[in-house]
Every structure is written in structure tokens, then in C-alpha cells.
Write a protein that binds this ligand. Structure first.
Ligand SMILES: Nc1ncnc2c1ncn2[C@@H]1O[C@H](COP(=O)(O)OP(=O)(O)OP(=O)(O)O)[C@@H](O)[C@H]1O
Length: 577
């Protein structure tokens, strides 16, 4: 069901909602008793030598009405607004959970700022439906129905019909404006998402912007988005600003009819002066709820527009493992059989006819021109994209038989663009898993050659790395990411150009250590540098998504093909220096 996510929440909180609505009903209904009591009091006081006791009793009623309204209003506000805040937190948790289980390809098509807008603005707009909009609706319905009922039954039917004749016009107008607001609010939200995306991207890329002196251009781009946001908001405000004045004009006519026709009824004795005052008080009382209909429509349409956006996200199918999928992957035997691959929403074949066996315990190096498909090959081993059956085998079984969790628990991947969390070095190594001892953390950092750098920091392993590791050098970030991967002692370790920012000596040291600690386990080293893979058991050379050469360093040099050319190119520079 489309709104299932909301119904689940409402079902869970139905008793508090019912109680809150009951209190709202009582608070609103009690208010509508006031005009009649006021009218009666005036009629009593009109008579010479009026009964003081009767007036006193009526004043007591008025006081009780005020106290009752206060108590019930206090109670419903706590319950209903409390529930709306719970709903906000519930939706935020749901969307965050959903974001984490969505397939990787979802993130290739969405921008971060847009996703932030969902988590903040849209959820808050949905909350408004179940907070202020709900409260105003109940109040408006109860006050309008009760007031009209009292006007018609206790005062005068004709006078009521005449003064309320503008109501249908108001309702039609509100419904028409509501549709416009719905459309315009969606545009406002999209513009907000674009702004938040731009701010996020600029802050993230501030160093690049500064180094290319792009500040003015970026400010100009931002101003354009900001103006779009302002224009769309002003357009929406302009549309919604019609609501109140139109409603108020309609009411002015009602008051004119009431004064002319109602005044005549008093003069010819059809209704009393008290009734006339009560009628006008009813009319005054109804103005606020009817004007509120405009606000309710505003809030509801904004909330519904946001709800549509949220549901669109919730409808994106997350990845789920199939039943009985395998969790254990203690060995790293890998086989690609006739694998060809295109990225979703792309027609370009990125990998073509890949046939490759990596037996457990071996180290394979992968080299090739940029864009030749090396990272894609590695990504597919992590089930980042759907792969048909019969193409990739892990320990003799199809990759689709394994659970996502199983693969990611037993395999480790150090990507090209290292990502560090804004926390301590230690947390970045253990990745918030308190299962590693201090000795294991130190060992992993020694093996990845980052230990000496860490202990030179005043706070050592507790040093905060800053957002995305801004306080560390490129090489330090890479080595920290390697430490994070090797502490898991995975059955398959993939280093994707993960040594590109370290110097040749450090690279050699890390590779030497890896050789020891990775004995009996599979390692794939993707690199542009021959030095990083020369020692591998097998080297795969890729070109345009195909494996063009395969063998060990010596054999490939003897062959005098692509690998030999790369080797020649790289050693030529060394010889010169
Ligand atoms: N998410 C994606 N969607 C569509 N195409 C992609 C995506 N990621 C990569 N590609 C394309 O796939 C091809 C192979 O990319 P890949 O990253 O695997 O190359 P690579 O050999 O690792 O390159 P490099 O050495 O520069 O890292 C490239 O043409 C690239 O543009």
C-alpha cells in the first residue's frame, strides 16, 4: 500500500492519537458554548433590576469554559505534537536505514544534497500534517459544525443561511489554491535540494576550488540556485497569500448581512439582543477556523508533496540476500567465466569476455590503462552490481549464492579514493568494532607502515583525523585504509591503486610485509606501477575491458607485449633520474 509506512506508525500509536483527538474535540466544543452563555447573560442584564445570581452563575460557566479549554488544549498539544515528533524521528530512522541498504547504483544516480533534503526538509513537512495540520483540522471541523449548529438551531435559520452563503465559494477557492501549492512546493523542495547539494559539494571540494581560484564562479553558480529557490518560494507564498484575504473578504460580507438582516430581526422582535450578540460572536468565532482551512491546505499540500518524494525513495528496492545464502567465505578461490559487464543505465561494455582463475593463497596483480576496467572487476566481487548466474564463482559456488554480509565480512577492499570517518585513528582502523585488542591495532598499523606516523601525533591512536581525514597526508590516509583492511585478516584482500600516494621505499616495505601476512590468503593488487605488482604470482594486463596478457613478471617481459611497453616506459624515467 502506498502510505503503508505511515499507517504502520499510526496503528502503533492509535490510542494516543484517539485520546489526543478526543481532547481536541472537547477543547474546541467547549469554546463554542461561550457565545450562547454570553448572549443569555446580556439578555438577563438588559432587564431592569436583573437577577444577580443568574448573572453570577453565567459568569461561573464562562470561567469553567475558559478553564476546560485550557486543560484540554494543554493535553492534546502534549499528545498530538509529541506524536508528530515521534513520527519525525521514526521516518528519519526508516529513511536512514533504507539509505544504508539501497544498492550502490542508487547512489550513482542521486546527489548527496538531494538525499539530505529528504532526511530533513521532507520529513519535517510530513510531520506538519500530523501536528499542526491535524490540530487545526479537528479544531476547524468541530468549531464550524458546532457553531453552525447553534446558529441554526438556537438563533435563526434564515439569518444563518444568508450570512454563511459565501462558504461554498471559500471552499472551492481553497481546494483550487491547494492544488497549486502542492505543485509549487515540490519545485521549492527540488530547489532546496539543489542548494544543499551545491553547499555540500563546495565545502567538500573547497581545496580544489581555492587552488583553481574558482570562488567567484562558484558564488555566481550558487547565487543562481539561490535565486531559483527565492523565486519558487516567492511564487508559492504569493499563491498562498491569496487565501486569507479572500476568506476575510467573504467574511466581511457575512458580517454586513448579519448587521443589516440580524439588526432588523432584533428591531422587529424575532430574536433578542442577546441572540444577536451571540450570533455575531459565533460568526467571529468561525472566522479563525475557516481562515485556518487555508493554513491546513497549505501544510497538508506541502506535507503530501514531501510524502510523495519520500515514498518515491522508499519504493526503490533495497538489496536483500536470498534465503539460505552462504555466509562463510574462509577461502579466496575466485573464478570469472566469460564475464561481460555494462553499468546500469549505460550501453558501454566495460568488461568483455573475462576468463580468469585466482586460486586461494595467490597474489595477482592487475595493470592496465586508465578506464580499462580494473576497478570494475574488483567491484563486482563485492556484489556492488547485479551479476547473472554462471559468471563469477567463489570457492566453486556462484557469487549469487553468497550473502552480501558474508562477502563483505570475509573480503576487504581498499579503494582508490580513501574514505576516512571524522573520528580517531583507532576508530578508523577498527571501524567502530570493539573486537580488536590494542596489540592487534598496533600490529595492523605496523604492517601498513603507518605506526611511526601515528605515534608521532600527540594523541597517537586517539588523534582525530578531521572530516574525511583532512588532517592527514594522502599517503597516511592510504596506509590507514590499508590498516583497516588487513586487521580483518580477510580471505580476499584487494588493493585498488591503494599505494599510489606512498613513496617507493614505503611501497616496497608494505608489499614485503603483505607477502608475509597474506601467506595462504588471496590478494589482488591493482596498480599503474609495475613495482607494486612485479612480485605477484600472476599479472593480468587489461586493455579496453579485456584481458590482453597474463603471466608472471618474467614471462610477460619475455613476451615483449603491452606489459613490456609499460615496463619500458616506467624504467626509462628511473634510468634518466
Ligand atoms: N558507476 C559507473 N557507471 C557507468 N560507468 C562507469 C561507472 N564506473 C566506471 N565506469 C566506466 O567504466 C570504465 C572502467 O572503469 P574502471 O574504474 O573500472 O577503470 P580502471 O581500469 O579501474 O581505471 P583507473 O585505472 O583510472 O582506475 C570506464 O570507462 C568508466 O568510465
Amino acid at each position: 500500500m502506498r502510505y503503508a509506512i505511515l499507517f504502520d506508525f499510526i496503528k502503533k500509536h492509535k490510542f494516543t492519537y484517539l485520546l489526543g483527538i478526543l481532547f481536541m474535540f472537547l477543547a474546541s466544543y467547549i469554546q463554542t458554548l461561550f457565545p450562547k452563555v454570553l448572549g443569555q447573560t446580556i439578555d438577563i442584564m438588559k432587564i431592569n433590576g436583573f437577577e444577580k445570581n443568574a448573572v453570577f452563575t453565567n459568569l461561573l460557566y464562562i470561567l469553567m469554559i475558559a478553564i476546560g479549554t485550557l486543560i484540554f488544549t494543554f493535553l492534546w498539544r502534549i499528545i498530538i505534537f509529541g506524536n508528530s515528533r515521534k513520527l519525525e524521528s521514526y521516518l528519519r530512522e526508516k529513511i536512514f536505514r533504507h539509505f544504508l541498504i539501497l544498492p550502490t547504483q542508487f547512489y550513482s544516480q542521486r546527489k548527496t544534497g538531494d538525499l539530505l533534503a529528504y532526511s530533513i526538509n521532507d520529513i519535517s513537512a510530513v510531520r506538519n500534517i500530523f501536528g499542526p495540520a491535524l490540530a487545526l483540522s479537528v479544531n476547524s471541523i468541530v468549531v464550524c459544525v458546532a457553531t453552525i449548529f447553534f446558529m441554526v438551531t438556537t438563533i435563526d435559520l434564515k439569518l444563518s443561511v444568508l450570512t454563511l452563503s459565501s462558504f461554498p465559494i471559500i471552499i472551492i477557492f481553497i481546494l483550487w489554491i491547494g492544488q497549486e501549492i502542492h505543485i509549487q512546493f515540490k519545485i521549492v523542495q527540488e530547489n532546496f535540494a539543489a542548494i544543499s547539494d551545491r553547499v555540500q559539494e563546495n565545502i567538500y571540494g573547497i581545496r580544489v576550488i581555492k587552488s583553481f581560484v574558482q570562488e567567484d564562479k562558484e558564488i555566481c553558480n550558487f547565487n543562481q540556485l539561490n535565486n531559483n529557490m527565492m523565486d519558487s518560494t516567492i511564487k508559492m507564498v504569493r499563491t498562498s497569500s491569496f487565501l486569507s484575504p479572500v476568506i476575510e473578504i467573504c467574511f466581511s460580507f457575512s458580517f454586513v448581512f448579519s448587521l443589516i438582516y440580524g439588526g432588523n430581526l432584533v428591531l422587529n422582535g424575532t430574536i433578542s439582543l442577546g441572540d444577536f450578540i451571540a450570533f455575531n460572536t459565533y460568526l467571529t468565532m468561525i472566522v479563525h477556523p475557516v481562515v485556518s482551512i487555508g493554513r491546513i491546505v497549505n501544510l497538508a499540500q506541502q506535507g503530501l508533496a514531501s510524502l510523495d518524494r519520500l515514498i518515491e525513495i522508499f519504493n526503490v528496492k533495497p538489496f536483500f540476500d536470498k534465503k539460505n545464502s552462504i555466509n562463510q567465505l574462509t577461502e579466496g578461490n575466485i573464478e570469472f567465466r566469460n564475464l561481460s559487464f555494462c553499468y546500469p543505465n549505460s550501453t558501454k561494455t566495460v568488461l568483455e569476455n573475462i576468463n580468469l582463475k585466482v586460486p586461494n593463497g595467490q597474489t595477482h596483480g592487475i595493470i592496465g590503462k586508465t578506464g580499462s576496467g580494473k576497478s570494475t572487476l574488483a567491484n563486482l566481487l563485492f556484489k556492488l552490481y547485479d551479476i547473472e548466474y554462471g559468471k563469477i564463482f567463489l570457492n566453486g559456488k556462484d557469487i549469487n549464492e553468497y550473502s552480501m554480509q558474508g562477502i563483505r565480512n570475509h573480503f576487504s577492499y581498499v579503494p582508490q579514493d580513501t574514505f576516512l570517518f571524522s573520528t580517531s585513528i583507532k576508530n578508523n582502523i577498527i571501524f567502530f568494532k570493539d573486537i580488536y585488542s590494542d596489540e592487534e591495532i598496533e600490529k595492523a598499523s605496523q604492517d601498513s607502515n603507518i605506526y611511526d606516523s601515528v605515534i608521532r601525533f600527540p594523541d597517537q591512536f586517539n588523534t582525530l583525523v578531521g572530516e574525511r581525514g583532512v588532517n592527514l597526508s594522502g599517503g597516511q590516509k592510504q596506509r590507514l585504509a590499508i590498516a583497516r583492511s588487513i586487521i580483518k585478516d580477510p580471505s580476499l584482500l584487494i588493493l585498488d591503486d591503494a599505494l599510489s600516494a606512498v613513496d617507493a621505499v614505503t611501497e616496497a616495505q608494505i608489499l614485503k610485509t603483505l607477502k608475509t601476512i597474506r601467506k595462504g590468503k588471496t590478494t589482488l593488487i591493482i596498480s599503474h606501477r609495475i613495482s607494486a605488482i612485479a612480485d605477484a604470482d600472476q599479472i593480468i594486463v587489461m586493455e579496453n575491458g579485456r584481458i590482453c596478457e597474463q603471466g608472471n613478471h618474467r614471462k610477460l617481459l619475455e613476451k615483449g607485449g603491452v606489459y613490456y611497453e609499460i615496463y619500458k616506459d616506467q624504467t626509462k624515467d628511473q634510468k634518466k633520474s
